[in-house]
Design a protein around this ligand. Structure first.
Ligand SMILES: *Cc1c(COP(=O)(O)O)cnc(C)c1O
Length: 430
């Protein structure tokens, strides 16, 4: 594989962008080597500046659910662009997208659009604190909720990849109000609620974790979580920035039938444009300004181009026949192929998926929480990552990340990926 231009460009980028990137994991620090520089994306593929193409399972971190640059999305955007890029005032499509999303999530009555998942989670926490008049936030080790100060404690992939528990620059006076505990551990949850009785504003969590590998919640744990929040007058915030419309229409809360007080959304709802949201019961949401006094604002919030991309993406999803079943079948097929190969070559592998999101880790132990990631053979993942890239498959560049299937992935894409996995297994043991 020729990477001349990528390598050259990245070297230049490192001189003027910290680490050569605008978001840390893109630098390939975890997996080694120089990142490839992307020129364009179409369907299931990424194309780099040296003319290499990749079957893409990173999917712009899960935003590209219907595939990159879907014809209908692009056509809609072209029309939208003619009418102006940004108004800084309310427009009608905001209502259309709001209605579409509220209809998909039971119990969601009111929604505010923002530009990033970080903003959505940050505002959800502020709102929860104001609404409950309590200060403490509980989160789980390895769960990522964006990079706002309160939430950047034991926060998964980006930090874990760099081996840092929390970021410097966050005063202890701020981080002390965030308590991070082990996921899927009912006892730890009960203990923390008992210890900080009457002080917990909210629990925020990734209902299916995608920023510490792929981790599924235990049903019993989810039920305890819901009950403990209700008993203690704390809000339960589902961070579905990654999972919303990704694992199911209506997200994990619909799939597992657990009531959220507040939810955050992002990624898929913007269809590749900067768009995210927080949403929940009207009685809580109405504390946001100007209905209430909890302040939040954004120059580009509800941007017409982003809203048009998101709305069209959801409309495409609705028009497809059983899209989540198709995504799930494809994930299942691919993971079975991986498992069969790994088994043949005696390489321990854990796999799991839901809808269009999947994960695989080189571990002989099932991963149920962040401390289980100790059992992952990261060196093995890095070997696979580099070989995959060389052979034309782009994975998220860290074993702490989930992977993403899109509706544009074809049977040929999957078969090719499976063959390449088998080939790498052979290289690995030889
Ligand atoms: C991506 C992500 C965020 C942050 O969203 P940004 O748009 O990157 O700020 C928050 N929570 C989860 C679960 C995410 O996957």
């Amino acid at each position: 594989m020729d990477c001349t231009k990528s390598t050259e460009l990245f070297k230049k980028a490192c001189e003027i962008l910290p680490g050569g990137v605008n978001s840390p994991v893109r630098a390939f620090n975890a997996v080694g080597g120089s990142p490839v520089i992307i020129e364009r994306a179409k369907g299931s593929r990424l194309f780099d500046v040296d003319g290499n193409s990749y079957i893409d399972y990173m999917g712009s971190w899960g935003t590209a659910l219907v595939g990159h640059a879907h014809r209908n999305v692009i056509d809609t955007l072209k029309e939208t662009l003619e009418n102006g890029l940004s108004f800084g005032a309310t427009h009608a499509k905001e209502f259309d997208l709001a209605e579409e999303i509220l209809a998909a999530f039971p119990g969601m009555e009111s929604i505010r659009f923002v530009s990033s998942g970080t903003e959505a989670c940050m505002t959800a926490v502020r709102l929860a604190r104001a609404y409950t008049k309590k200060d403490l936030i509980i989160k789980f080790d390895g769960h990522y909720h964006g990079h706002s100060d309160s939430l950047l404690v034991k926060a998964g992939s980006g930090l874990a990849t760099l081996g840092i528990p929390a970021s410097p620059g966050i005063p202890e006076a701020v981080s002390k109000y965030t308590i991070s505990i082990s996921f899927n551990d009912i006892k730890a949850l009960e203990d923390v609620f008992a210890r900080y009785k009457g002080q917990v504003a909210a629990v925020i969590f990734e209902p299916i974790v995608g920023n510490a590998g792929f981790i599924r919640p235990d049903v019993g744990f989810l039920n305890s979580l819901r009950d403990l929040c209700t008993e203690n007058g704390s809000l339960l915030i589902f961070d579905e920035v990654m999972t919303g419309f990704r694992v199911a229409w209506g997200g994990v809360q619909t799939l597992y039938n657990i009531k959220a007080d507040l939810s955050t959304l992002g990624k898929v709802i913007g269809g590749g444009m900067p768009l995210a949201a927080l949403a929940g019961r009207r009685e809580i949401m109405n504390h946001l300004a100007p209905a209430g006094n909890v302040y939040q604002a954004g120059t580009l919030s509800g941007n017409p181009v982003a809203v048009a991309a998101g709305l069209k993406t959801l409309q495409i999803l609705k028009s497809e026949e059983k899209p989540y079943e198709r995504l799930a079948n494809n994930c299942e097929w691919l993971l079975r192929s991986f498992s069969d190969s790994a088994c043949r070559y005696g390489i321990p592998l854990q796999v799991d998926f839901e809808g269009g999101m999947f994960g695989f880790s080189f571990s002989s132990k099932k991963i149920r929480n962040f401390s289980d990631t100790e059992n992952i053979d990261f060196e093995c993942f890095n070997f696979f990552f580099r070989k995959f890239l060389e052979l034309g498959v782009y994975l998220p560049p860290s074993s702490y990340e989930a992977c993403f299937m899109s509706l544009a992935h074809t049977k040929e894409d999957l078969e090719k990926t499976g063959e390449i996995f088998e080939k790498i297994c052979k290289l690995r043991v030889s």
